[in-house]
Unconditional design. Sequence first.
Length: 114
Amino acid sequence: MSQNLIPERLKKAREQQGITMAEASRRLKLSKIGYCRYEYGERAPSPQIIEVIAQCFHTSVDYLIGYSDDPNPNQIKISQEDEPKLFEIVEFWQQGDVKRNKKLYDYYKKIIGE
């Protein structure tokens, strides 16, 4: 399966985040010129970079490469180093049983007002 980034979708995903090309390059730890080449279609990023971009822009790889028209992310990567408390919550959730997790989910819905 070939992963070719669609530059227009990259631009749209960046704009949905409300950030400039300079900010996008900073968040992705790329040079501004390097990032701009991806968005202008002058250079193709590796599949690994596309995955990092999708995560950073809160979208999916499938959207960025044209396999889906849904820009919503289909996975979330949580780093223990960057988000230790969130990582702990997700780890706790994964180790739980269905009954306990339903109670946690119901409590979450109550907190957010649904």
